[in-house]
Design a protein around this ligand. Structure first.
Ligand SMILES: [Zn+2]
Length: 338
């Protein structure tokens, strides 16, 4: 069974043999449901059911290190959560291989998008949906709060280092409490998705009515080369969320938050596709009105509105896939908040 120097990642990814799949702590137990899927069940759980996922993209190491260390502390019987928690290391095969993905971008395979084939990432996405369902639906004890933070790091630099994507809410209001929590995590930039997607966080929003976010913590670096002090706010707040019965958050203030909305999605439609800015341009970079962003066959894409910023550019996506998003800042006052 795991000891203090045990490699949690190797254990959860099935590279290190175990002779039991359940670990008993002082105040609960940790069940290994599958490679990289662990559920902490307190004997007397507080009111939240929390999914903490990382490694949906296998080379996004900082979130994997954060979740690994939280699990490791449980295995050392040091910090046992008061809340029920489902820990997910999303894409074990890609994590082992040190790559973002094997065949598919796994964060485009949820809400049924995995049904088109039997590739490992498609099968895994289907299984993760089942585990999340089992986790949320097997909770007992009345009205419970459902939360899911899907932790990522970006491929490129970002003008705003940390940001969270707030999935499409189908008209439901946005949560002041969640915005305050994210601000305490050091995340003051929020990107609102304006339509359904096939991301993991949207799956939890849409299928399980959870408060769920894709959280981007900074730029991808190899294992062991992350400057953990840059993630200290986030890690500290996640730990507090797990360990405390009810978080004491400061009162909501609009000035803490900067909100952007997705204005346009540019898909690649032709073999001849080119982005007209440097490869290392940061996410959230603003370009002047009229700037030519991309050529797609005979079609040209320009900055059409003042204040438009680019995010997640990738000229190498398959034809039909998203090559670029354009976002624009939106006054918080325009949002319906509860
Ligand atoms: Zn990612």
């Amino acid at each position: 069974m795991p000891t203090s120097d045990f490699d949690v990642i190797a254990w959860t990814l099935g590279q290190q043999s175990v002779n039991q799949d359940c670990f008993r702590g002082h105040t609960g137990q940790l069940e290994l449901w599958d490679r990289g899927v662990l559920m902490w069940q307190p004997l007397q759980p507080a009111g939240k059911d929390i999914v903490l996922s990382c490694g949906i993209h296998g080379n996004e190491t900082a979130p994997i290190e954060i979740v690994r260390d939280i699990v490791h502390d449980i295995l050392r019987r040091q910090h046992e959560p008061l809340q029920r928690v489902l820990f997910i290391f999303g894409n074990p095969a890609a994590i082992s291989a040190g790559v973002r993905e094997l065949d598919y971008n796994m964060n485009r395979l949820f809400s049924g998008a995995h049904q088109h084939g039997e590739a490992p990432e498609q099968r895994r996405a289907a299984q993760l949906e089942q585990y999340v369902t089992r986790f949320f639906e097997h909770a007992t004890g009345g009205q419970r709060e459902r939360l899911h933070y899907d932790l990522h790091t970006a491929i490129r630099d970002s003008y705003y280092e940390k940001f969270a994507i707030y999935p499409f809410q189908h008209g439901r209001p946005y949560s002041k409490k969640q915005l305050s929590f994210l601000a305490q995590c050091g995340i003051h930039t929020i990107l609102l998705n304006q339509a359904p997607t096939t991301t993991f966080s949207y799956y939890s929003v849409n299928t399980h009515k959870a408060q769920a976010f894709t959280v981007e913590l900074g730029k991808v670096r190899p294992f062991g080369q992350n400057d953990r002090s840059r993630f200290a706010d986030t890690e500290g707040m996640l730990r507090s969320l797990l360990m405390q019965s009810e978080l004491q958050l400061p009162e909501f203030t609009a000035e803490q938050h900067q909100v952007f909305a997705v204005e346009r999605v540019i898909d690649r439609k032709h073999q001849q596709f080119q982005l007209h800015f440097a490869d290392d341009v940061a996410n959230f970079t603003e370009f002047p009105l009229g700037y030519r962003l991309a050529s797609d066959g005979a079609q040209q894409h320009f900055i059409e509105h003042a204040g438009e910023r680019i995010i997640f550019p990738n000229a190498n996506v398959a034809i039909g896939q998203r090559a670029l998003l354009l976002v624009r800042e939106q006054p918080l006052a325009k949002l319906e908040l509860v």
